[in-house]
Design a protein around this ligand. Structure first.
Ligand code: BES
Ligand code: MN
Ligand code: ZN
Length: 488
Protein backbone atom coordinates (compact mmCIF):
# COMPACT_ATOMS: atom_id res chain seq x y z
CA UNK A 1 0.00 0.00 0.00
CA UNK A 2 1.36 3.45 -0.86
CA UNK A 3 1.53 6.07 1.88
CA UNK A 4 -1.59 8.11 2.61
CA UNK A 5 -1.17 11.83 2.09
CA UNK A 6 -3.45 14.26 3.87
CA UNK A 7 -3.55 18.01 4.07
CA UNK A 8 -3.79 20.11 7.20
CA UNK A 9 -5.04 23.59 6.39
CA UNK A 10 -3.44 25.23 9.38
CA UNK A 11 -1.22 28.20 8.77
CA UNK A 12 1.13 26.89 11.42
CA UNK A 13 1.92 23.55 12.98
CA UNK A 14 -0.73 22.25 15.38
CA UNK A 15 0.23 22.50 19.06
CA UNK A 16 -0.42 18.82 19.60
CA UNK A 17 1.59 16.60 17.30
CA UNK A 18 1.08 12.84 17.12
CA UNK A 19 3.38 10.72 19.29
CA UNK A 20 6.85 10.48 17.78
CA UNK A 21 5.95 12.68 14.83
CA UNK A 22 8.79 13.81 12.64
CA UNK A 23 8.28 17.35 11.43
CA UNK A 24 10.00 18.48 8.25
CA UNK A 25 10.56 22.21 7.75
CA UNK A 26 11.57 23.94 4.54
CA UNK A 27 14.90 25.74 4.68
CA UNK A 28 15.82 28.20 1.96
CA UNK A 29 19.38 28.30 0.68
CA UNK A 30 21.46 30.62 2.89
CA UNK A 31 18.56 31.21 5.33
CA UNK A 32 19.46 28.67 7.97
CA UNK A 33 19.21 31.12 10.87
CA UNK A 34 15.71 32.32 9.82
CA UNK A 35 14.23 29.00 8.79
CA UNK A 36 15.85 26.64 11.33
CA UNK A 37 16.53 28.80 14.40
CA UNK A 38 19.02 27.37 16.83
CA UNK A 39 20.94 25.18 14.39
CA UNK A 40 24.63 26.05 14.39
CA UNK A 41 25.93 27.04 10.97
CA UNK A 42 29.08 24.98 11.59
CA UNK A 43 26.98 21.87 12.19
CA UNK A 44 25.01 22.33 8.96
CA UNK A 45 28.21 23.04 7.05
CA UNK A 46 29.84 19.92 8.45
CA UNK A 47 26.81 17.87 7.39
CA UNK A 48 26.97 19.41 3.92
CA UNK A 49 23.55 21.01 4.34
CA UNK A 50 23.16 24.39 2.62
CA UNK A 51 19.41 24.46 2.01
CA UNK A 52 19.76 23.41 -1.63
CA UNK A 53 16.65 21.82 -3.13
CA UNK A 54 16.45 18.20 -1.99
CA UNK A 55 19.12 18.31 0.72
CA UNK A 56 18.01 16.99 4.10
CA UNK A 57 19.42 16.97 7.60
CA UNK A 58 18.07 15.98 10.99
CA UNK A 59 18.74 18.66 13.63
CA UNK A 60 17.76 19.94 17.06
CA UNK A 61 16.27 23.40 16.57
CA UNK A 62 14.81 25.88 19.05
CA UNK A 63 11.43 24.31 18.25
CA UNK A 64 12.59 20.74 18.83
CA UNK A 65 13.95 18.03 16.57
CA UNK A 66 13.24 18.81 12.93
CA UNK A 67 14.00 17.28 9.57
CA UNK A 68 15.49 20.20 7.68
CA UNK A 69 14.54 20.03 4.02
CA UNK A 70 16.33 22.27 1.55
CA UNK A 71 13.97 24.19 -0.73
CA UNK A 72 16.56 26.22 -2.62
CA UNK A 73 16.06 29.83 -3.59
CA UNK A 74 13.16 28.72 -3.22
CA UNK A 75 12.85 26.19 -6.01
CA UNK A 76 10.17 26.34 -8.70
CA UNK A 77 6.99 24.39 -7.96
CA UNK A 78 8.03 21.47 -10.17
CA UNK A 79 11.18 20.90 -8.13
CA UNK A 80 9.04 20.02 -5.14
CA UNK A 81 8.71 16.51 -6.58
CA UNK A 82 12.40 15.97 -5.91
CA UNK A 83 12.13 17.76 -2.55
CA UNK A 84 9.18 15.59 -1.48
CA UNK A 85 11.06 12.45 -2.51
CA UNK A 86 14.12 13.45 -0.50
CA UNK A 87 11.98 14.29 2.55
CA UNK A 88 9.98 11.06 2.26
CA UNK A 89 13.15 8.96 2.05
CA UNK A 90 14.67 10.71 5.05
CA UNK A 91 11.46 10.13 7.05
CA UNK A 92 11.06 6.44 6.27
CA UNK A 93 11.20 5.34 9.89
CA UNK A 94 8.94 7.99 11.40
CA UNK A 95 5.56 6.78 12.70
CA UNK A 96 4.03 10.12 11.71
CA UNK A 97 5.45 12.53 9.21
CA UNK A 98 4.40 16.16 8.97
CA UNK A 99 5.63 18.31 6.09
CA UNK A 100 5.71 22.02 6.83
CA UNK A 101 7.80 23.00 3.84
CA UNK A 102 5.55 25.27 1.76
CA UNK A 103 5.21 28.26 4.06
CA UNK A 104 8.14 30.17 2.51
CA UNK A 105 6.62 30.04 -0.98
CA UNK A 106 4.59 32.76 -2.64
CA UNK A 107 0.93 31.86 -2.09
CA UNK A 108 0.41 31.62 -5.87
CA UNK A 109 3.14 28.96 -6.13
CA UNK A 110 1.76 26.82 -3.33
CA UNK A 111 -0.84 24.73 -5.21
CA UNK A 112 1.58 23.50 -7.88
CA UNK A 113 4.29 22.92 -5.29
CA UNK A 114 1.87 21.01 -3.04
CA UNK A 115 0.85 18.77 -5.95
CA UNK A 116 4.47 17.99 -6.81
CA UNK A 117 5.33 17.52 -3.12
CA UNK A 118 2.59 14.89 -2.67
CA UNK A 119 3.76 13.10 -5.84
CA UNK A 120 7.36 13.24 -4.68
CA UNK A 121 6.63 11.75 -1.25
CA UNK A 122 4.67 8.88 -2.81
CA UNK A 123 7.09 8.21 -5.66
CA UNK A 124 10.30 8.61 -3.66
CA UNK A 125 9.12 6.10 -1.06
CA UNK A 126 7.65 3.63 -3.59
CA UNK A 127 8.82 0.03 -3.25
CA UNK A 128 8.10 -3.18 -5.09
CA UNK A 129 7.83 -5.79 -2.37
CA UNK A 130 5.63 -8.48 -3.94
CA UNK A 131 8.26 -11.18 -3.60
CA UNK A 132 10.01 -10.12 -0.42
CA UNK A 133 9.14 -11.91 2.82
CA UNK A 134 10.88 -9.32 4.98
CA UNK A 135 11.44 -6.09 3.08
CA UNK A 136 14.24 -3.98 4.51
CA UNK A 137 13.47 -0.92 6.61
CA UNK A 138 10.14 0.53 7.61
CA UNK A 139 7.83 1.85 4.95
CA UNK A 140 6.28 5.31 5.14
CA UNK A 141 2.58 4.92 5.85
CA UNK A 142 1.21 8.39 6.21
CA UNK A 143 2.30 11.96 5.68
CA UNK A 144 0.53 15.21 6.45
CA UNK A 145 1.23 18.30 4.40
CA UNK A 146 0.70 21.52 6.33
CA UNK A 147 -0.15 24.47 4.13
CA UNK A 148 -2.29 27.54 4.20
CA UNK A 149 -3.96 28.11 0.85
CA UNK A 150 -7.53 26.92 0.98
CA UNK A 151 -9.36 24.85 -1.60
CA UNK A 152 -6.74 25.24 -4.33
CA UNK A 153 -4.01 23.70 -2.22
CA UNK A 154 -6.39 21.00 -1.01
CA UNK A 155 -7.34 19.91 -4.49
CA UNK A 156 -3.69 20.10 -5.58
CA UNK A 157 -2.70 17.69 -2.81
CA UNK A 158 -5.53 15.37 -3.86
CA UNK A 159 -4.42 15.58 -7.50
CA UNK A 160 -0.78 14.92 -6.58
CA UNK A 161 -1.85 11.91 -4.55
CA UNK A 162 -3.93 10.48 -7.40
CA UNK A 163 -1.08 11.03 -9.85
CA UNK A 164 1.45 9.47 -7.48
CA UNK A 165 -0.79 6.43 -7.08
CA UNK A 166 -1.29 6.03 -10.84
CA UNK A 167 2.45 6.23 -11.47
CA UNK A 168 3.01 3.69 -8.68
CA UNK A 169 0.44 1.39 -10.29
CA UNK A 170 2.35 1.60 -13.57
CA UNK A 171 5.60 0.86 -11.73
CA UNK A 172 4.01 -2.25 -10.20
CA UNK A 173 2.97 -3.48 -13.66
CA UNK A 174 6.44 -2.86 -15.10
CA UNK A 175 8.15 -4.52 -12.12
CA UNK A 176 6.00 -7.66 -12.34
CA UNK A 177 8.04 -10.53 -13.84
CA UNK A 178 7.21 -11.70 -17.37
CA UNK A 179 6.20 -15.15 -16.13
CA UNK A 180 3.63 -13.58 -13.82
CA UNK A 181 2.36 -10.76 -15.97
CA UNK A 182 1.44 -12.76 -19.06
CA UNK A 183 -0.77 -11.05 -21.66
CA UNK A 184 -3.78 -12.75 -20.08
CA UNK A 185 -2.86 -11.53 -16.60
CA UNK A 186 -1.98 -8.05 -17.88
CA UNK A 187 -5.39 -7.75 -19.56
CA UNK A 188 -7.09 -9.00 -16.40
CA UNK A 189 -5.41 -6.41 -14.19
CA UNK A 190 -6.02 -3.61 -16.65
CA UNK A 191 -9.69 -4.58 -16.85
CA UNK A 192 -10.10 -4.44 -13.08
CA UNK A 193 -8.24 -1.15 -12.69
CA UNK A 194 -9.97 0.43 -15.70
CA UNK A 195 -13.44 -0.51 -14.55
CA UNK A 196 -12.70 0.74 -11.04
CA UNK A 197 -11.80 4.13 -12.56
CA UNK A 198 -14.98 4.31 -14.62
CA UNK A 199 -13.48 3.43 -18.00
CA UNK A 200 -15.15 1.22 -20.60
CA UNK A 201 -13.02 -1.86 -21.18
CA UNK A 202 -12.95 -4.19 -24.20
CA UNK A 203 -10.68 -7.25 -24.25
CA UNK A 204 -10.09 -9.02 -27.54
CA UNK A 205 -8.92 -12.61 -27.14
CA UNK A 206 -7.03 -14.55 -29.82
CA UNK A 207 -10.12 -15.38 -31.89
CA UNK A 208 -11.13 -11.72 -32.07
CA UNK A 209 -7.56 -10.70 -32.91
CA UNK A 210 -7.59 -13.23 -35.77
CA UNK A 211 -10.94 -11.99 -36.95
CA UNK A 212 -9.54 -8.45 -36.95
CA UNK A 213 -6.64 -9.65 -39.14
CA UNK A 214 -3.96 -8.33 -36.81
CA UNK A 215 -1.11 -10.15 -38.54
CA UNK A 216 1.65 -8.33 -36.65
CA UNK A 217 0.38 -9.22 -33.19
CA UNK A 218 -0.37 -12.80 -34.27
CA UNK A 219 3.03 -13.16 -35.93
CA UNK A 220 4.95 -12.06 -32.85
CA UNK A 221 2.75 -14.28 -30.68
CA UNK A 222 3.45 -17.43 -32.74
CA UNK A 223 6.51 -18.33 -30.71
CA UNK A 224 4.60 -18.26 -27.43
CA UNK A 225 2.48 -20.69 -25.42
CA UNK A 226 0.63 -17.67 -24.03
CA UNK A 227 -2.22 -16.23 -26.07
CA UNK A 228 -2.16 -12.55 -27.03
CA UNK A 229 -4.64 -9.93 -25.92
CA UNK A 230 -5.76 -6.61 -27.38
CA UNK A 231 -7.28 -4.28 -24.80
CA UNK A 232 -9.20 -1.09 -25.52
CA UNK A 233 -9.92 1.39 -22.71
CA UNK A 234 -12.33 4.25 -23.34
CA UNK A 235 -13.16 7.40 -21.49
CA UNK A 236 -16.30 8.92 -23.00
CA UNK A 237 -17.26 12.27 -21.53
CA UNK A 238 -20.85 13.22 -21.07
CA UNK A 239 -21.93 15.70 -23.69
CA UNK A 240 -19.75 17.06 -26.46
CA UNK A 241 -16.06 16.15 -25.98
CA UNK A 242 -13.32 18.80 -26.17
CA UNK A 243 -11.57 16.50 -28.62
CA UNK A 244 -10.84 12.86 -29.35
CA UNK A 245 -7.43 11.48 -28.45
CA UNK A 246 -5.98 8.02 -29.03
CA UNK A 247 -3.17 6.48 -26.97
CA UNK A 248 -1.35 3.36 -28.15
CA UNK A 249 1.08 1.42 -25.93
CA UNK A 250 3.53 -1.38 -26.68
CA UNK A 251 2.63 -4.28 -24.41
CA UNK A 252 5.37 -6.89 -24.88
CA UNK A 253 5.22 -8.67 -21.52
CA UNK A 254 8.62 -10.26 -22.07
CA UNK A 255 10.98 -9.79 -25.01
CA UNK A 256 13.34 -12.72 -25.54
CA UNK A 257 13.91 -11.48 -29.09
CA UNK A 258 12.26 -14.47 -30.79
CA UNK A 259 14.48 -16.54 -33.11
CA UNK A 260 16.76 -13.49 -33.38
CA UNK A 261 17.34 -14.22 -29.71
CA UNK A 262 18.83 -11.68 -27.32
CA UNK A 263 21.85 -12.50 -25.18
CA UNK A 264 20.70 -13.45 -21.68
CA UNK A 265 22.07 -10.27 -20.08
CA UNK A 266 20.00 -8.16 -22.49
CA UNK A 267 16.86 -10.04 -21.40
CA UNK A 268 17.34 -9.10 -17.75
CA UNK A 269 15.25 -5.94 -18.12
CA UNK A 270 12.89 -7.26 -20.79
CA UNK A 271 9.96 -7.71 -18.42
CA UNK A 272 9.81 -3.92 -18.84
CA UNK A 273 8.95 -4.17 -22.53
CA UNK A 274 5.33 -3.40 -21.71
CA UNK A 275 6.37 -0.05 -20.20
CA UNK A 276 4.60 1.87 -22.98
CA UNK A 277 1.30 0.05 -22.44
CA UNK A 278 1.68 0.39 -18.66
CA UNK A 279 2.25 4.15 -18.99
CA UNK A 280 -0.87 4.46 -21.13
CA UNK A 281 -2.84 2.50 -18.51
CA UNK A 282 -1.61 4.76 -15.69
CA UNK A 283 -2.56 7.85 -17.68
CA UNK A 284 -5.99 6.42 -18.54
CA UNK A 285 -6.72 5.85 -14.85
CA UNK A 286 -6.22 9.61 -14.39
CA UNK A 287 -8.22 10.75 -17.40
CA UNK A 288 -11.70 10.72 -15.78
CA UNK A 289 -10.27 12.90 -13.02
CA UNK A 290 -7.88 15.23 -14.87
CA UNK A 291 -9.36 15.33 -18.37
CA UNK A 292 -13.06 14.63 -17.87
CA UNK A 293 -14.13 16.54 -21.01
CA UNK A 294 -11.67 14.89 -23.43
CA UNK A 295 -12.60 11.65 -25.17
CA UNK A 296 -9.59 9.36 -24.81
CA UNK A 297 -9.23 5.82 -26.11
CA UNK A 298 -6.30 3.51 -25.41
CA UNK A 299 -5.26 0.62 -27.65
CA UNK A 300 -2.99 -1.96 -26.04
CA UNK A 301 -1.56 -4.91 -27.97
CA UNK A 302 -0.18 -7.55 -25.57
CA UNK A 303 2.04 -10.54 -26.24
CA UNK A 304 5.43 -11.88 -25.26
CA UNK A 305 8.17 -12.43 -27.87
CA UNK A 306 9.31 -16.02 -27.50
CA UNK A 307 10.90 -18.66 -29.69
CA UNK A 308 8.69 -21.74 -29.52
CA UNK A 309 8.64 -24.24 -32.39
CA UNK A 310 6.08 -22.26 -34.34
CA UNK A 311 7.86 -18.92 -33.91
CA UNK A 312 7.85 -16.57 -36.87
CA UNK A 313 10.88 -17.13 -39.04
CA UNK A 314 13.39 -14.61 -40.27
CA UNK A 315 12.15 -13.71 -43.75
CA UNK A 316 8.48 -14.30 -42.98
CA UNK A 317 6.01 -11.77 -44.30
CA UNK A 318 3.15 -10.62 -42.04
CA UNK A 319 0.08 -8.69 -43.13
CA UNK A 320 -0.95 -5.92 -40.76
CA UNK A 321 -4.52 -4.99 -39.96
CA UNK A 322 -4.49 -2.20 -42.57
CA UNK A 323 -3.36 -4.60 -45.34
CA UNK A 324 0.30 -3.52 -45.51
CA UNK A 325 2.80 -6.38 -45.66
CA UNK A 326 5.87 -6.45 -43.42
CA UNK A 327 8.99 -8.53 -44.04
CA UNK A 328 10.46 -9.73 -40.74
CA UNK A 329 14.23 -9.62 -41.06
CA UNK A 330 14.84 -9.51 -37.32
CA UNK A 331 12.28 -11.04 -34.96
CA UNK A 332 13.63 -8.82 -32.17
CA UNK A 333 12.20 -5.74 -33.90
CA UNK A 334 8.78 -6.97 -32.74
CA UNK A 335 7.37 -3.84 -31.13
CA UNK A 336 6.76 -2.08 -34.44
CA UNK A 337 4.95 -5.20 -35.75
CA UNK A 338 2.35 -5.20 -32.98
CA UNK A 339 2.09 -1.40 -33.01
CA UNK A 340 1.35 -1.51 -36.76
CA UNK A 341 -1.90 -3.33 -35.96
CA UNK A 342 -2.80 -1.20 -32.96
CA UNK A 343 -2.16 2.06 -34.83
CA UNK A 344 -4.31 0.77 -37.71
CA UNK A 345 -7.24 0.14 -35.36
CA UNK A 346 -6.79 3.57 -33.78
CA UNK A 347 -6.78 5.27 -37.20
CA UNK A 348 -10.05 3.56 -38.15
CA UNK A 349 -11.80 5.37 -35.29
CA UNK A 350 -10.70 8.75 -36.73
CA UNK A 351 -9.24 10.45 -33.64
CA UNK A 352 -7.93 14.03 -33.69
CA UNK A 353 -4.50 12.74 -32.78
CA UNK A 354 -2.64 9.55 -31.88
CA UNK A 355 0.19 9.29 -29.36
CA UNK A 356 2.03 6.02 -28.96
CA UNK A 357 4.42 5.08 -26.17
CA UNK A 358 6.84 2.21 -26.62
CA UNK A 359 10.07 0.75 -25.27
CA UNK A 360 11.01 0.48 -28.91
CA UNK A 361 14.76 0.74 -29.50
CA UNK A 362 18.08 0.42 -27.75
CA UNK A 363 19.23 2.96 -30.35
CA UNK A 364 17.14 5.64 -28.67
CA UNK A 365 19.11 5.05 -25.46
CA UNK A 366 22.36 5.30 -27.41
CA UNK A 367 21.19 8.66 -28.76
CA UNK A 368 19.68 10.26 -25.65
CA UNK A 369 20.86 8.28 -22.63
CA UNK A 370 18.67 6.29 -20.33
CA UNK A 371 16.70 9.09 -18.63
CA UNK A 372 15.23 10.82 -21.67
CA UNK A 373 12.60 9.74 -24.18
CA UNK A 374 12.80 10.36 -27.93
CA UNK A 375 9.77 12.09 -29.43
CA UNK A 376 9.02 11.82 -33.16
CA UNK A 377 5.96 12.69 -35.18
CA UNK A 378 4.28 13.79 -38.39
CA UNK A 379 2.80 17.02 -36.94
CA UNK A 380 5.00 19.70 -35.36
CA UNK A 381 2.15 21.21 -33.35
CA UNK A 382 1.44 17.86 -31.72
CA UNK A 383 5.14 17.25 -31.06
CA UNK A 384 5.28 20.66 -29.31
CA UNK A 385 2.31 19.72 -27.15
CA UNK A 386 3.90 16.48 -26.04
CA UNK A 387 7.24 18.18 -25.32
CA UNK A 388 5.46 20.96 -23.42
CA UNK A 389 3.47 18.49 -21.34
CA UNK A 390 6.64 16.50 -20.56
CA UNK A 391 8.43 19.67 -19.50
CA UNK A 392 5.58 20.78 -17.23
CA UNK A 393 5.45 17.34 -15.65
CA UNK A 394 9.20 16.99 -15.15
CA UNK A 395 9.69 14.07 -17.54
CA UNK A 396 12.75 14.40 -19.81
CA UNK A 397 12.02 14.24 -23.55
CA UNK A 398 13.71 15.38 -26.75
CA UNK A 399 12.51 15.84 -30.32
CA UNK A 400 14.12 13.49 -32.86
CA UNK A 401 13.65 13.79 -36.64
CA UNK A 402 12.06 11.40 -39.12
CA UNK A 403 14.48 12.04 -42.02
CA UNK A 404 13.10 11.32 -45.48
CA UNK A 405 16.52 10.15 -46.69
CA UNK A 406 16.28 7.18 -44.32
CA UNK A 407 12.87 6.08 -45.56
CA UNK A 408 14.27 3.98 -48.48
CA UNK A 409 16.30 1.92 -45.97
CA UNK A 410 13.09 0.21 -44.85
CA UNK A 411 11.92 -0.65 -48.37
CA UNK A 412 11.58 -4.41 -48.77
CA UNK A 413 12.38 -6.55 -51.82
CA UNK A 414 9.39 -8.80 -51.22
CA UNK A 415 6.89 -6.87 -49.08
CA UNK A 416 5.64 -3.31 -48.61
CA UNK A 417 8.14 -2.62 -45.85
CA UNK A 418 10.87 -4.39 -43.85
CA UNK A 419 11.07 -4.36 -40.06
CA UNK A 420 14.75 -3.44 -39.78
CA UNK A 421 16.64 -0.94 -41.90
CA UNK A 422 19.36 -1.96 -44.33
CA UNK A 423 21.84 0.16 -42.37
CA UNK A 424 22.42 0.10 -38.60
CA UNK A 425 22.50 3.86 -38.04
CA UNK A 426 19.62 5.94 -36.71
CA UNK A 427 17.73 2.92 -35.38
CA UNK A 428 15.28 4.99 -33.32
CA UNK A 429 14.44 7.04 -36.40
CA UNK A 430 13.93 4.12 -38.79
CA UNK A 431 11.63 2.55 -36.18
CA UNK A 432 9.69 5.83 -36.12
CA UNK A 433 9.55 5.87 -39.93
CA UNK A 434 8.17 2.32 -39.86
CA UNK A 435 5.36 3.33 -37.48
CA UNK A 436 4.55 6.39 -39.59
CA UNK A 437 3.44 4.03 -42.38
CA UNK A 438 0.46 3.00 -40.23
CA UNK A 439 -1.03 6.34 -39.19
CA UNK A 440 -2.06 7.75 -42.56
CA UNK A 441 -2.54 11.49 -42.25
CA UNK A 442 -3.76 11.48 -38.65
CA UNK A 443 -1.56 13.78 -36.50
CA UNK A 444 0.67 11.36 -34.61
CA UNK A 445 3.51 11.37 -32.10
CA UNK A 446 5.69 8.43 -31.13
CA UNK A 447 7.40 8.40 -27.71
CA UNK A 448 10.32 5.96 -27.52
CA UNK A 449 10.74 5.42 -23.78
CA UNK A 450 13.13 2.44 -23.91
CA UNK A 451 15.53 4.36 -21.66
CA UNK A 452 13.41 6.13 -19.06
CA UNK A 453 10.83 3.34 -18.49
CA UNK A 454 13.32 1.52 -16.30
CA UNK A 455 15.98 2.89 -13.94
CA UNK A 456 19.20 1.07 -13.09
CA UNK A 457 19.68 3.32 -10.04
CA UNK A 458 17.41 5.70 -8.12
CA UNK A 459 17.50 9.48 -8.71
CA UNK A 460 15.19 12.29 -7.55
CA UNK A 461 11.68 10.79 -7.22
CA UNK A 462 12.59 7.88 -9.51
CA UNK A 463 13.13 4.53 -7.79
CA UNK A 464 15.18 1.64 -9.18
CA UNK A 465 13.27 -0.58 -11.63
CA UNK A 466 10.04 0.45 -13.36
CA UNK A 467 9.71 4.24 -13.25
CA UNK A 468 6.19 4.90 -14.51
CA UNK A 469 7.69 7.27 -17.07
CA UNK A 470 5.10 8.71 -19.43
CA UNK A 471 2.05 8.54 -17.15
CA UNK A 472 2.26 12.22 -16.23
CA UNK A 473 3.06 13.45 -19.73
CA UNK A 474 0.20 11.54 -21.35
CA UNK A 475 -2.30 12.56 -18.66
CA UNK A 476 -1.15 16.18 -19.03
CA UNK A 477 -1.64 16.11 -22.81
CA UNK A 478 -5.19 14.86 -22.28
CA UNK A 479 -5.89 17.35 -19.48
CA UNK A 480 -4.71 20.34 -21.54
CA UNK A 481 -6.19 19.13 -24.83
CA UNK A 482 -7.72 21.63 -27.26
CA UNK A 483 -8.33 21.31 -30.99
CA UNK A 484 -5.04 21.13 -32.95
CA UNK A 485 -4.25 23.93 -35.40
CA UNK A 486 -4.09 22.68 -38.99
CA UNK A 487 -0.31 22.52 -39.37
CA UNK A 488 2.05 19.70 -40.11
N1 BES B 1 12.43 -4.06 -26.51
C1 BES B 1 13.52 -3.80 -27.35
C2 BES B 1 14.11 -2.40 -27.18
C3 BES B 1 14.76 -2.12 -25.86
C4 BES B 1 16.12 -2.30 -25.70
C5 BES B 1 14.03 -1.61 -24.82
C6 BES B 1 16.72 -2.04 -24.48
C7 BES B 1 14.62 -1.33 -23.60
C8 BES B 1 15.97 -1.55 -23.43
C9 BES B 1 13.10 -3.94 -28.80
O1 BES B 1 12.08 -4.86 -29.06
C10 BES B 1 14.29 -4.41 -29.55
O2 BES B 1 14.70 -5.51 -29.31
N2 BES B 1 14.80 -3.57 -30.44
C11 BES B 1 15.96 -3.89 -31.20
C12 BES B 1 15.70 -3.42 -32.60
C13 BES B 1 16.71 -3.95 -33.60
C14 BES B 1 16.58 -5.43 -33.74
C15 BES B 1 16.45 -3.25 -34.92
C16 BES B 1 17.14 -3.17 -30.58
O3 BES B 1 16.98 -2.04 -30.10
O4 BES B 1 18.22 -3.75 -30.55
MN1 MN C 1 12.80 -6.82 -29.34
ZN1 ZN D 1 10.81 -5.24 -27.53
Amino acid sequence: MPATITLDHASALPDELPEGALVAVGVRADHLADDAPGVAAELAAAAGFAGKAGQTMLAATDDGVRLLVGIGAPAGPGEFRKIGAAAGKAALKAPAFVLDVLARLEPSDRPAAAEALAEGVLLGTYRYEAYQAAPEGVRLEAATIVAKGGARVASAVRRGTEIGEAVSYTRDLVNSPGGELTPREFAKRVTAAGEASGLEVEVWEKAAIKKAKMGGLLGVNRGSEEDPRFVILRHRPEGRPKGRLAFVGKGVTFDAGGLSIKPSSSMESMKNDMGGAAAVVGAMLLVPLLAPRTEVTAYLPMTDNMLGGDAMRVGDVLTARNGKTMEVLNTDAEGRLILADALSVAVEEEPDAIIDAATLTGACMVALGDKMAGVMGNHDGLVERVLGAAERQGELAWHLPLPEHLRPTIDSDVADIRNIATKPYGGALTAGLFLREFVGDVPWVHIDLAGPAFASAPWDEVTKGGTGYGVRTLAEVAASWTKLPASS
